[in-house]
Write a protein of this length. Structure first.
Length: 277
């Protein structure tokens, strides 16, 4: 077993993923595409991990490496590699499978509750999780579920939170890999000097709201409607404002359980056999 971890920016590293690999004594290589390093041959790797980044999948002119990465992901899927995409990584997988990636109706930054779909509750990796559980988010885009893909995690604000394609490929919109230190670093680094507001994207995303507060959707009770054989939460309400301090307080409360769940998920992901191989 040999793992390739694809980074897009220095600050968004593997976090818990690297901790898990070290603990399990699994060989891995980290490749930073933003450093003009070419993608390696797939023959040398059994698993591909695709991390997040502040760029969008449709910004190939601005980030040329995204074109090569798209082809790399398509080949990895075709060859049955075990693949996990996180945030941007999940969006890149969706795009490689022909699904649309686009601006979400709301931007999610902070802690949000998500829920398993009926398919998710039977998934080999997700079935160990509670029906509803908190995740850490940092994104402005969302994706359609690829054709033949299965929606396994959903939420009211952003219905498509995680999907599985076949038996070997998973895309997660949320950041399973974060540590408390990573969250703190993101908030300090992704900061606009003139506004002192966290801005992880090429242009400010907060509009005219106060610089010290973020737009975060509320957490109303779920309203479930059925779409084919899977659940999707429908509807949107006005965003709520949370401060940086409030997000860090939530992080302190939730990070221990989140870490345990993340490590269990990752051990299962690396420990399960690759279907078709």
């Amino acid at each position: 077993m040999n793992i390739l971890i694809i980074k897009h920016v220095d600050i968004e590293g593997p976090g818990l993923i690297e901790n898990c690999l070290k603990q399990e004594k699994i060989l891995y290589q980290i490749l930073n595409l933003n450093s003009n390093i070419h993608l390696p041959k797939l023959d040398d790797f059994t698993h591909i991990i695709i991390l997040g980044g502040p760029m969008n999948v449709y910004e190939e002119d601005r980030y040329p490496f995204l074109k090569d990465e798209d082809l790399f992901i398509k080949e990895a899927i075709q060859r049955g590699k075990r693949i996990l995409g996180i945030c941007l990584g999940a969006q890149l997988i969706a795009k490689a499978l022909g699904a649309k990636v686009f601006k979400a109706p709301v931007k999610e930054i902070g802690w949000y509750d998500v829920s398993l779909t009926r398919i998710g509750s039977r998934d080999p990796l997700f079935s160990i999780l509670p029906k509803t559980f908190p995740v850490f988010q940092w994104h402005e885009d969302t994706f359609e579920i690829p054709k033949a893909g299965k929606l396994i995690v959903t939420s009211k604000s952003i219905p498509h939170q995680a999907f599985r394609y076949g038996e070997n490929t998973y895309g997660l919109q949320f950041h399973l890999e974060v540590t408390e230190e990573m969250i703190q670093e993101w908030m300090e680094t992704y900061e606009a000097p003139q506004a002192k507001a966290v801005v992880p994207y090429p242009t400010p995303i907060w509009g005219d709201i106060p610089a010290t507060r973020w737009r975060i959707p509320p957490r109303p009770k779920a309203v479930v409607s059925y779409c084919r054989d899977e659940e999707e939460f429908k509807g949107l309400q006005s965003p709520k404002l949370f401060s940086k301090t409030e997000i860090m307080i939530e992080t302190e409360i939730k990070i221990e359980t989140y870490t345990k769940r993340g490590m269990k998920f990752l051990k299962d992901f690396f420990g399960q056999p690759i279907i078709g191989h």
